[in-house]
Design a protein around this ligand. Structure first.
Ligand SMILES: Nc1ncnc2c1ncn2[C@@H]1O[C@H](COP(=O)(O)OP(=O)(O)OP(=O)(O)O)[C@@H](O)[C@H]1O
Length: 246
């Protein structure tokens, strides 16, 4: 087994992933992520970005290929080992905000810290700081149901950053935000990552978002490509859209 380069915090070799229904998602993807780097994984919808992040984060296991985190093989770990790795070293932001409805906003944001062993008091202070950085400090005592979708996503971003994970996986993190808010929230995320030495793997289909990263890896149909050249949408699609909006 070939060992990964020393300065790569994450390293994947020849990942192949097929969904249970037989849909191919990754066909031989290899990549390295350097420590402290912000890496964008770009590509159109369905190109395999979420699946790749899931494999790198140990959420799902590729049928073939290797994933290494800090020179430790993730692909040979059992479910408990991968769970511990995600809890202690990784952060995750989904494209849609998922919060515990019965907990207040600050309790939601403090949860990963408490799971890592922080006291409730320390976790509350850290959570509040991050909520303020994301402009939702004033919502700390409210329940997620009382927030807008955009505020809920900011809480999810604060929750992911608060424990200063070694690697933060962000899957279309600004998808639920209003366009005007996206740039500000993304800059807060990338600035926080840089100042805390957090490595970020950011899935996006948006060129403006990818431009904030240090480097971009492009996917198309589950494969890495150098440049994305998308074929024009078939004419029938345009006609269908026109007739729908008529
Ligand atoms: N749970 C699933 N079961 C079956 N096929 C799936 C499943 N999830 C994704 N796929 C398929 O796997 C391929 C890769 O999907 P994936 O979600 O990784 O791409 P993506 O680039 O993240 O797209 P999106 O931006 O729409 O999330 C697509 O063809 C998709 O339809």
């Amino acid at each position: 087994m070939e060992a990964p380069p020393d300065n790569d915090v994450l390293w994947a070799r020849s990942l192949h992933f097929t969904h249970q229904d037989g849909s191919p998602a990754l066909s031989g993807v290899s990549l390295g992520v350097r420590e402290g780097e912000i890496l964008a994984v770009s590509g159109p919808r369905g190109s395999g970005k979420s699946t790749l992040l899931g494999c790198l984060a140990g959420l799902v296991r590729a049928q073939r290929g290797e994933v290494w985190f800090n020179s430790v093989p993730v692909h040979t770990m059992g479910p408990l080992g991968r769970e511990r790795l995600r809890r202690d070293r990784f952060g995750w932001i989904d494209p849609a905000p998922a919060l515990v409805p019965e907990l207040s906003v600050w309790e939601n944001a403090a949860l990963p810290l408490m799971l890592r062993g922080s006291t409730r008091r320390r976790a509350k202070v850290a959570a509040q700081e991050w909520l303020e950085r994301l402009d939702v400090g004033g919502t700390a005592r409210r329940r997620p149901a009382d927030l807008t979708q955009s505020e809920r996503q900011r809480v999810c971003i604060a929750r992911a950053l608060a424990p200063a994970p070694t690697v933060l996986f962000a899957d279309e993190p600004t998808a639920p935000l209003h366009r005007a808010d996206r740039g500000h929230v993304l800059r807060t995320l990338t600035t926080a990552a840089r100042s805390h030495g957090i490595t970020v793997v950011l899935a996006t289909h948006d060129a403006e978002t990818a431009a904030l990263a240090d480097r971009t890896v492009s996917l198309l149909d589950g494969r890495r490509v150098r440049t994305l050249h998308l074929p024009p949408a078939p004419e029938t699609e345009g006609r269908a859209a026109c007739s729908l909006s008529a």
